[in-house]
Design a protein around this ligand. Structure first.
Ligand SMILES: [Zn+2]
Length: 114
């Protein structure tokens, strides 16, 4: 099975063996299973670049809406700048453009392994 790549338009601010969370628009990540390995990519949009900077193992995944993202999930954000609700929304808008409060998002926790 191919390892899924988690693309990030920011640095990964958790160290190996720490658990972090990420919020993703849509259902693309809703089907990942606990224990599944992922690779962590830091990317730029223009020009488009990708660099794998580490690996992780999925711990927990759930589907929700922007207002349903919980304080403890935000506190665990793998991007330090997104550890407040406002910071998280800014990061999501940078990645996805504008979105409505009724759109689905996935909150995924993973343990960084390398
Ligand atoms: Zn990438």
């Amino acid at each position: 099975m191919t390892v899924r790549t988690l693309h990030n338009l920011h640095t990964i601010d958790i160290a190996p063996d720490e658990v972090g969370s990420t919020v993703r628009k849509g259902r693309k990540w809703s089907g990942v299973k606990r224990g599944e390995d992922i690779e962590l990519c830091v990317c730029t949009k223009d020009p488009e670049t990708h660099e794998v900077v580490g690996y992780g193992t999925v711990e927990h995944v759930r589907l929700t809406y922007p207002r349903g993202i919980l304080a403890w999930e935000i506190a665990n954000e793998h991007a330090a700048e997104a550890r407040t609700y406002d910071g998280l929304l800014e990061g999501l808008e940078r990645a996805y453009g504008e979105f409505s409060e009724y759109e689905e998002f996935v909150v995924m926790h993973y343990r960084r392994t390398a």
